[in-house]
Design a protein around this ligand. Structure first.
Ligand code: FES
Length: 209
């Protein structure tokens, strides 16, 4: 079992390593963000836009890159995960299902999937409560999260829950959806994170990130 877990982690890391184009932006999948990164990592973290080939991320897998010193998730959602975002029971539990709060870089992504393409989610991986890194929990109805868990992100610090579009549930310590950073597709499969085509990233200022 332990060997399987190590293999899985290694596989995820290799996926992340091959998906990021150019050096510097890779934080590795599922590794908690910590303030004690080494100096070269900090320099890399502060550096500008990162390109990711989303085609190299397996459906259902998530990688973490660094942008402006913060972890950013790139999740390749499966068709089932996309379909679940529509679930009426889920929608009823969300605080801001239509992304009315300006937690995204543009109205272009203020939609039900909070993204430019339904299958690709890009969000800042920092809980909008007090800044912990949530965990990716795609499993349905796991014992520890209960029968009403649709898959999403769970913050272990104080229990905030987000769905697979980074939308926060009602009555959670976290007040807002996870921020969607500026990005655009430079090709069919490559996304550039940290920039927009019209310089709109300069005005991007979510309330919490
Ligand atoms: S920091 Fe996430 S719930 Fe408090």
């Amino acid at each position: 079992m332990q060997t399987e877990n190590i293999d899985m982690r290694r596989r995820r890391f290799l996926t992340a390593a091959t998906a990021v184009i150019g050096a510097g932006g890779l934080a590795a999948a599922s590794i908690p963000f910590i303030g004690s990164m080494n100096p070269s990592a900090k320099v890399a973290a502060a550096s500008a836009p990162i390109e990711v080939d989303v085609d190299r991320i397996e459906p259902g897998a998530l990688i973490t890159v660094l942008w402006r010193g913060r972890p950013v998730w790139v999740l390749h959602r499966t068709p089932e995960q996309v379909a679940r975002l529509h679930d009426e029971k889920l929608q009823a539990r969300l605080r801001d299902p239509d992304s009315r709060e300006p937690q995204q870089f543009s109205d272009q992504v203020a939609n039900w999937h909070r993204s430019l393409r339904p299958e690709v989610l890009i969000v800042v991986a920092i809980c909008t409560h007090l800044g912990c890194v949530p965990t990716y929990r795609p499993d349905l109805q796991p014992a520890d999260l209960g029968p009403e868990w649709f898959g999403g992100f769970y913050c272990p610090c104080h229990g905030s829950r987000y769905d697979l579009a980074g939308r926060v549930y009602k009555f959670m310590p976290a007040p807002l959806n996870l921020p969607v950073p500026p990005y655009f597709f430079v090709s069919k499969t490559t996304v550039r994170i940290g920039e927009t085509t019209d310089g709109g990233e300069r005005n991007w200022s979510p309330k919490v990130w």
